[in-house]
Design a protein around this ligand. Structure first.
Ligand SMILES: Cc1cc2nc3c(=O)[nH]c(=O)nc-3n(C[C@H](O)[C@H](O)[C@H](O)COP(=O)(O)O)c2cc1C
Length: 498
């Protein structure tokens, strides 16, 4: 009970409200801006390379996977390049910055990636623990194990440097770290399917992930820049759950900032959300397959967040494809979409609900405003209220115009109190992961449909809930999103990242 109260307290105090945003510094302290790239001083750096050929995007989602690539130096390189690697270098007005395949709130990239692999020619003739360095597209070798690991299967662990997000977003930042971890997972999942590999989220304890990657060796990190363990993924055909024991690692993490602003509640929520990662029942994925399209590598590298939308209309087929594509994220059955439809051909403007898993239909009907019409327009899609919701969409999205000028925007409404009651603190964390996974999937689907998207972490939680008549904790919106056609800022130049 204490944990649930802690979660609810964090959730409530980090809600943005029109009258009071969640606590943060309120300005950008450029002198303490964190380094977006973690490095381990002295660790051997193994540069990665691979062939540029990638399969067409739509083939990744067939029921029968693509032929399985062998686990080798090149395939591992390809997986990391198209999941967490750099996608482009942007520059404008004398400054330049890197963008990556995975989207991240504020482009701050809190997510770090560790690879635990059997012996691979070109990497080591022992099983290894390494850290992925995206700027160099290289592995930093942290440890070689004496014991061997099952051939053909490897593990990826994801963690968050919460400070990177706290620097800008203060107390609400823990939510963003988790959304980002979900984006990173889905990026890895998609890059794995390019190689015919299956990803599985393992139901292990977060303390196990920390000890596996040496994150619990806190003396190797600046005390304000430690990493909190998020997810452990098994990739490949194997079923091994035997994880090696990682002894003391010899390399210290680089310092990311010269000084820090502390937000004590971030320690509290990190502690309250430890535990064994929950098993989420899979969604019914339906028969949807993306239309034949370009190479998956091209789509992944082209994905960009829209900063402005042009206010144009999309087709109903594009709209439908986007909703159906979200069902390809199989472990996301706790999430439904409340949509502000502004400009979709053949679909009236209004407030809609897309029920992604029918199990929740009745409880949604009992929870939401009793005057809603619930007119079913398509499978799972209900018109709740006709009307022009552009102003409301912008208002709940912290006044961001992209939510009004996109073809539609939406909030990801999650089964909330039940997930917390069943899974405890780690269930709260997992809900954000589910939303982030869907976000990354929809970014790519939008790109393949020649549209653009933007994740919206900044939204007014209870103003949105009030629009829906939500007065309790059964459902809460944890992430917002907008999709449409972007206006590209031609003043910004784009360079290849490597
Ligand atoms: C969890 C999350 C929340 C985000 N919130 C916002 C937002 O509120 N407003 C916005 O304009 N962009 C938002 N973004 C988009 C990021 O700013 C964008 O991903 C980042 O700048 C990197 O650019 P890229 O997506 O083009 O790689 C968000 C992205 C994520 C993943």
């Amino acid at each position: 009970m204490k944990t649930i109260a802690t979660l609810l307290d964090y959730h409530d105090r980090t809600k943005h409200r029109r009258a009071r945003y969640a606590a943060s510094l309120g300005y950008m302290d450029w002198a303490t801006q964190p380094d977006p790239f973690r490095r381990y001083k002295g660790a051997t750096l193994i540069p990665l390379t691979h062939s540029e050929a990638t399969p067409p995007y739509h083939l990744l989602f067939q029921k029968d996977p693509l032929p399985t690539a062998p686990l080798c130096y090149e395939s591992l390189s390809q997986l990391l390049r198209y999941s967490l690697g750099l996608a482009a270098i942007k520059s404008h007005g004398g400054s330049s910055w890197a963008l990556r395949c995975n989207a991240s709130s504020g482009n701050l990239h809190p997510t770090e990636c560790y690879v635990i692999a059997p012996s691979i020619e070109g990497i080591s003739d022992h099983a290894t623990l390494s850290h992925y360095a995206p700027r160099e597209h290289a592995l930093e070798l942290l440890h070689t194990y004496d014991s061997s690991l099952e051939e053909g299967t490897f593990f990826i662990a994801l963690s968050s440097v919460v400070w990177r997000e706290a620097w800008k977003y203060g107390e609400r930042c823990w939510r963003y770290c988790q959304l980002d971890a979900g984006h990173a997972y889905q990026s890895i999942n998609i890059a794995a399917s390019m190689l015919g590999w299956k990803c599985e989220l393992l139901n292990v304890d977060s303390t196990k992930i920390a000890s596996l990657c040496g994150l619990d060796q806190v003396e190797r990190f600046d005390p304000n820049e430690t990493e909190s363990p998020d997810l452990l993924i098994r990739i490949g055909a194997g079923t091994s759950l035997t994880l090696p024991h990682t002894p003391k690692i010899s390399y210290d993490a680089n310092r990311l900032s010269p000084a820090h602003h502390l937000w004590p509640v971030l320690e509290v929520i990190a502690d309250a959300t430890k535990g064994i990662y929950p098993k989420i029942p899979p969604l019914k994925r339906g028969n949807y397959l993306p239309a034949p399209s370009k190479s998956s590598g091209e789509i992944i590298l082209k994905r960009r967040s829209a900063q402005m939308m042009d206010g144009s209309t999309i087709t109903q087929e594009q709209f439908r494809s986007l909703l159906s594509a979200s069902l390809l994220c199989e472990n996301t059955s706790n999430v439904h979409f409340v949509l502000f439809v502004h400009r979709v051909e053949g679909l009236g403007k209004g407030l809609y609900l897309y029920v992604r898993d029918k199990k929740d239909l009745i409880s949604l009907q009992q929870t939401l405003d009793e005057t809603f019409t619930w007119k079913e327009c398509d499978e799972g899609l209900y018109l709740l209220r006709e009307g022009d919701f552009r102003g409301a969409a912008q208002m709940v999205s912290c006044n961001q115009e992209i939510a009004k000028e996109g073809a539609f925007s939406f909030g990801m409404l999650c089964t909330f109190s039940s997930a917390l009651e069943i899974h405890g603190g780690i269930g709260y964390k997992n809900l954000y992961h589910q939303c982030g996974m869907i976000g990354q999937m929809l970014y790519l689907e939008a790109t393949s449909l020649h549209l653009s998207a933007t994740g919206i972490g900044c939204f007014l939680d209870d103003e949105f809930h009030a629009l829906l008549g939500i007065r309790d904790q059964r459902y809460q919106s944890l992430y917002h999103f907008t999709i449409g056609r972007a206006i590209v800022d031609t003043r910004i130049t784009t360079l290849p990242p490597y």
